[in-house]
Ligand binder design. Structure first.
Ligand code: GLP
Length: 235
């Protein structure tokens, strides 16, 4: 695991989008693992712009999203809707090649990923409590795709996207920590001072109370932080 500190979230988006764009150019059949949340939005915007400018073909790319809400009454708050809006509708990806975990494929999602060849690059954000996907503190490091109960802090954080906190789903299906660890390359993005504690704890301890700390075991995990998110770590 390597921590890379950049001056701004704009610089991070430029660099991470380059990694993805170059990955697709080198391997048009690349398998991408994708994340939602506000953090990767700038990166997705840059990918769309660069794909247009450089005429990059996404038609053979396959994607697996990290997680999806369960019991979600509002389709426009689903992670499928988020991905369509922020990335898929802006590139020439075949939607048949875009996958999400859900109630019907909990037991087979890891197998689907493995059968497709495995994830080449996994994009991640991080929750304030160190969660990745919806793997909350206490999730075993050897977990596969499973149903997760969201912690109160996560429900509160995600309520900004909903009309009221009562509308936020309390359950989701998420790739497990072991699923994520199997990706060949992992890129975690953290921006803003409210992620500083999570970044400090993932860099210091390696235990289930900080799910993102599993990345310490990964051979090729890049942790991109802006100055604010990195302010509590020793450089
Ligand atoms: C949700 C998602 C995570 C994401 C986190 C942080 O809980 N399931 O994948 O990393 O939110 O979101 P944000 O980037 O908006 O801070």
């Amino acid at each position: 695991m390597k921590i890379i500190v950049k001056n701004s979230k704009k610089e991070i988006a430029e660099e991470v989008s380059d990694i993805i764009i170059n990955g697709v150019k080198e391997n048009p059949r690349i398998i991408l693992g994708l994340a939602t949340g506000s953090t990767p939005i700038d990166t997705y915007k840059d990918i769309i712009e660069k794909a247009k400018e450089q005429k990059v073909d996404f038609s053979k790319v396959t994607t697996f999203n990290l997680d999806e809400y369960l019991d979600n009454p509002d389709e426009t708050q689903s992670y499928r809707y988020f991905m369509d809006t922020h990335l898929f509708n802006g590139i020439n990806i075949n939607k048949k090649n875009t996958h999400f975990p859900g109630i019907d494929n909990i037991g087979t999602y890891d197998e689907m990923i493995a059968k497709s060849g495995g994830i080449d690059i996994q994009i991640l954000g991080i929750g304030r409590d160190g969660h990745i996907g919806f793997n909350e503190p206490g999730t075993p490091f050897d977990s596969k795709t499973h149903i997760a109960e969201l912690k109160e802090e996560t429900i509160k954080d995600n309520s900004r996207f909903f009309r009221s906190i009562d509308d936020v789903p309390t359950r989701a299906v998420t790739m497990g920590l072991d699923t994520i660890l199997h990706a060949r390359k992992v890129i975690l993005i953290a921006t803003g001072e409210n992620k500083a504690e999570a970044i400090k704890s993932m860099s210091e301890k390696n235990d289930v109370n900080c799910p993102a700390s599993i990345l310490q075991k990964h051979q090729d995990a890049l942790i991109y932080c802006d100055k604010e998110a990195a302010e509590l770590i020793n450089k």
